[in-house]
Design a protein around this ligand. Structure first.
Ligand SMILES: [Zn+2]
Length: 79
């Protein structure tokens, strides 16, 4: 039997929060993203293998890695 499997990376924007960027030192919106690596079978995503979080500055594009707790805190603060 022929099996076609692999992984795919999915990005999703969780929330946008405004704080002072560590790169450009400006108080601008930062997009908090979840990056999920999904296991795929015949190009159909089945389950998440790993996920990580990051935020990206809308001013300078600087990316900072976040912990899951930091990302969840950002979402909770927004809601
Ligand atoms: Zn910045």
């Amino acid at each position: 039997m022929f099996l076609l499997f692999g992984t795919t990376l999915r990005r999703s924007l969780l929330v946008t929060v405004v704080f002072i960027c560590g790169y450009c030192d400006k108080n601008v919106p930062q997009g908090v993203e979840k990056l999920s690596t999904k296991f795929t079978l015949f190009f159909i995503p089945l389950f998440t293998v790993s996920s990580r979080y990051s935020n990206q500055c809308t001013n300078c594009g600087g990316v900072t890695d976040l912990t899951r707790e930091q990302a969840e805190h950002a979402v909770a603060r927004q809601g």
